[in-house]
Design a protein around this ligand. Structure first.
Ligand code: HEC
Ligand code: HEC
Length: 359
């Protein structure tokens, strides 16, 4: 065989090897991993499936997007929902605590609004039942947008003439439809569209090669060490309440948190809910640092390591931690261009309060 032919044969052989490693994706082990993943997690629902959960219209979504981005709904006319849940940075502000309009900091880290409509309840302690109920909170929260009451929010909305046709389109024409309840319903409708599909969803629908081999190995570690006792379902979390420091605690031993948080105990006053939190979802987790309810940990590797110790009572090898993080990175999805684009807001009317009006 001449040298050049040998080279060709080698090249062809090399290509065959490359092909068979891709075909490895269909190996028995990979099929089994896919099946166990499909039993634990769920791909994101389609728009049609979401409509069955709660019907929302285009007009409601459009109005909700405007309200989400409208700083006139805060006491200093500066802060909107998007200030702390910036849709260009995965629905968070990447700060431990967020600064409210009066300069004070709330006591908890701002979780992402992305995919949050899928969770059993809203907030770290689950005190709001859904995104519609939640949306009323921040506008009136003194540590956030600090409006004095619902009536003052309505007064602002009614002072902006171009909101009226938008409320008419969203909720049907009527004299009093520009109200707080409809505003929160519209914001909720917009939030229900904030789903971020990933390659992992393709994987769960049966496309094994949508995840790299290293990501699949990380998924296997995530399942095998027991993270899936809590981080399950469509949000990879968000569907149950659990104590932080369940197996080894208290949790601040690991996080160094200065001020312990009672968590769900604040809502139920039941001793068994002390330091219990809604399990956070892990979609986009690589982008939503810092971690935990108090934003006490900035590195995802460290957060994973702490989870192993506090929730599972095991110190994982750094190889396992890294492997899990490789998988978690594959959960970064796409925020649609439409959602990321700040819409043109309706112009102020003669009676719209000016900056610092309430302060
Ligand atoms: C000053 C910053 C700030 C502003 C402004 C703000 N939020 Fe939040 N948001 C937070 C913080 C902090 C939390 C967590 C509070 C808690 O759990 O006790 C939160 C929680 C949430 C959650 C719960 C997510 C989950 O996973 O449970 C949603 C949804 C949300 N906010 C939507 C909104 C909307 C809609 C607006 C505007 C009407 C808004 N936020 C304005 C800081 C803010
Ligand atoms: C027994 C239930 C349980 C188990 C098991 C568990 N977690 Fe958690 N996880 C939680 C709870 C509860 C929180 C919220 C803690 C807090 O901030 O108060 C959390 C938070 C996290 C966070 C931070 C998310 C954020 O947005 O701040 C990450 C990352 C995480 N878990 C990953 C993992 C990994 C990886 C494993 C497996 C090694 C795991 N978890 C095992 C319940 C659990």
């Amino acid at each position: 065989m001449s040298k050049s032919i040998k080279t060709i044969v080698c090249a062809v052989f090399g290509a065959t090897v490359a092909m068979s490693s891709a075909a490895f994706a269909d190996s028995k082990a990979d099929q089994e991993l896919l099946q166990s993943a499909q039993a634990i997690f769920k791909p994101l629902p389609t728009f049609e499936e979401m409509q069955k959960v709660k019907k929302v219209t285009d007009a409601q979504i459009k109005l909700g997007q405007a309200l989400f981005n409208d700083p006139r709904l805060s006491a200093d006319q500066v802060q909107s929902c998007n200030t702390c849940h910036n849709l260009a940075t995965y629905g968070v502000d990447n700060q431990s605590f967020s600064k409210g309009v009066t300069g004070g900091f709330g006591g908890r880290n701002a979780p992402s609004v992305l995919n949050s409509s899928l969770f059993i309840a809203q907030f770290w302690d689950g005190r709001a039942k859904d995104v519609e109920e939640q949306a009323g909170g921040p506008m009136l929260n003194p540590a956030e947008m600090a409006m004095p009451d619902e009536a003052s929010v309505e007064k602002v909305l009614r002072s902006i003439p171009d909101y009226k046709p938008m409320f008419d389109a969203a909720f049907g024409k009527s004299a009093n439809n520009v109200n707080f309840k409809n505003a929160t319903a519209a914001i909720g409708a917009f939030e229900r569209t904030l789903l971020t599909p990933t390659r992992f969803d393709k994987y769960l629908r049966g496309d094994i090669n949508a995840l790299t081999q290293a990501e699949r190995a990380g998924l296997k570690t995530f399942i095998d060490v027991g993270c899936v006792a809590c981080h399950t379902g469509v949000g990879m979390g968000g569907d149950q309440y659990q104590k932080f420091g369940l197996v080894d605690g208290p949790y601040w031993k690991f996080t160094g948190s200065k001020k312990p948080d009672e968590g769900r105990f604040e809502v139920t006053k039941s001793e068994s809910d002390m330091n219990v939190f809604r399990v956070p979802g892990l979609r986009n987790v690589a982008r939503t640092y810092p971690y935990f309810h108090d934003g006490s940990v900035w590195s995802l590797e460290q957060a994973v390591d702490i989870m192993g110790q506090a929730q599972l009572g095991q110190k994982m090898s750094s190889k396992d931690v890294k492997s899990i993080v490789t998988f978690l990175n594959a959960l970064t999805g796409e925020v649609s261009e439409k959602a990321r684009t700040v819409p043109t807001l309706p112009a102020a009317g003669p009676n719209t309060p000016h900056k610092n009006h309430h302060m």
